[in-house]
Design a protein around this ligand. Structure first.
Ligand code: EPU
Length: 420
């Protein structure tokens, strides 16, 4: 296993090109199961997670290859409706093959994705929505076994204890494209990745309105055709590079970025002291003045993204004063707190809150990545810490950041890979 070693203290400067969004690419790849025709998906990042999704598509009877950022998905003669435990258990997003399989084949057997270090991640909303469309669902041997005599449109309230669900909205929306009649999803997730999925489905011939709002309407159609689509830029990767500029007191220009998807983050960072210039497809980030503490609360889109919470905490850890971070999407997503403290941060967790008392300097240390965004947070801390930081369990980072090491090196960071 590899680890990343970072020698901190360098101001990052230069340009970085943001990759396609992982969380848009994964459900869009799953959506190709809805058609018997070839699809071409461009701007797909080369990641451990996208590779897992391609393996799942192959196991379900598609020919799927990623070449120079494009995936062509071509049907084979054999289709399968069983998504295996070994693949689904490694990545929660694979659960969103359930909706397309039901829509296309009227049956599916998909392993339950299981727990996760960022907290309990149930699938009750996925199942509630699919049942409302007329699916029989049983849990057998750790699998969701689902079948339907024919999906029927329905009015579905899909909000849960923590608000809307991104992948449940996607799963139900995909199934509903093939249901008879009209489906209304109320309390739908509004994330840009859900909008991108809807845009792809529309290119395939689906009739969808209201995506990007909490009420999505889908009029079922008889069949979907193949389509070509380009994935939106990854807003979380972009946000991580903006933070890399601020934490190192550097100056970074981001290209292939959609600033319109980063409203809550940009607002908070400007409050903290950032100067963020934005035009179409372009962001420049640097500090306007010395950093001041901020309070932030994660919420479903357009609120502050939970996927940026750990990285924002790294910035607050070196911002003098007290910042309070409240996690409202995954109240247990705080595994990075202990590791940041190992680097000299003063962070105390109180239930869904983290109280961050900024320190003058972090000091490099060996730290353990517990999940994807926690590893990005530790990497950011390592970029500004005194001395060497080693981030262990690098595979978490590789799940969601394409060429992170090379991109940081190009910006001037001293970062390299070593055997653990
Ligand atoms: N929830 C339920 N029941 C469900 C589904 C979700 O109670 O059936 C709860 C969750 O436990 C959580 C909240 O609803 O408290 C929101 O979860 P959501 O379903 O929106 O999460 P997700 O769709 O499984 C996606 C991203 C995550 C991101 C969340 C929230 C993908 C592949 N994953 O997950 O991304 O944190 O939305 O924005 O799109 C990451 O990229 O690091 C990552 C974890």
């Amino acid at each position: 296993m590899d680890k990343l070693v970072i020698e901190g203290g360098i101001r990052l400067k230069g340009e970085v090109v943001i990759s396609g969004a992982k969380n848009a690419a994964l459900p869009i790849l799953a959506a190709t199961l809805l058609t018997d025709e070839p699809c071409l998906i461009k701007g797909v990042p080369y990641l451990r997670d996208t590779n897992t999704m391609l393996r799942i598509l192959r196991s379900l009877g598609k020919h799927a290859e990623l070449d120079k950022g494009s995936v062509s998905v071509i049907p084979t003669k054999h289709s399968n409706f069983i998504a295996d435990y070994k693949l689904v258990s490694t990545m929660r997003a694979s659960f969103c093959v359930l909706g397309p399989l039901l829509g296309k084949l009227k049956k599916a057997k998909v392993s339950l994705p299981g727990g996760c270090v960022i907290g309990l991640r149930p699938v009750d909303l996925h199942l509630k929505g699919l049942k409302a469309l007329g699916t029989n669902i049983e849990i057998e041997g750790g699998y969701v076994v689902a079948n339907t005599a024919g999906l029927k449109g329905a009015h579905i309230y899909l909000g849960g204890e923590f608000g809307s669900s991104v992948l449940a909205t996607g799963n139900v929306m995909m199934a509903a494209t093939r249901a008879k009649g009209k489906t209304v999803i109320e309390s739908a997730a509004c994330e840009p990745e859900v909008v991108d999925l809807a845009e792809f489905l529309i290119k395939m011939g689906a009739k969808i309105k209201g995506h990007g709002t909490p009420i999505i309407e889908i009029e079922g159609v008889g069949a979907l055709r193949g389509a070509e689509h380009k994935i939106i830029p990854d807003r979380i990767e972009a946000g991580t590079f903006i933070l890399a500029a601020l934490i190192t007191k550097g100056d970074i220009i981001l290209k292939n970025v959609c600033w319109q998807h980063l409203g809550a983050l940009i607002d908070k960072l400007e409050e903290a002291g950032a100067a963020i210039k934005k035009t179409d497809g372009y962001i420049r980030a640097h500090l306007r003045r010395s950093l001041r503490p901020i309070n932030l609360t994660t919420l479903p889109y357009p609120g502050f993204p939970t996927d940026m919470q750990a990285q924002a905490m790294a910035l607050m850890a070196i911002t003098r004063g007290i910042s309070i971070i409240t996690e409202k999407v995954y109240p247990d997503r705080f595994m990075h707190v202990a590791e940041l403290n190992r680097m000299g941060a003063h962070i105390q967790r109180e239930g869904p809150h983290a109280i961050v008392e900024g320190v003058k300097q972090l000091s490099g240390a060996p730290v353990m990545a517990s999940d994807l965004r926690a590893s990005a947070s530790l990497l950011l801390a390592g970029l500004v810490a005194k001395g060497k930081t080693s981030v262990l369990r690098l595979y978490h980072l590789e799940r969601g950041y394409e060429n992170m090491e090379e991109k940081l090196q190009k910006l001037g960071a001293k970062i390299w890979r070593e055997k653990e």
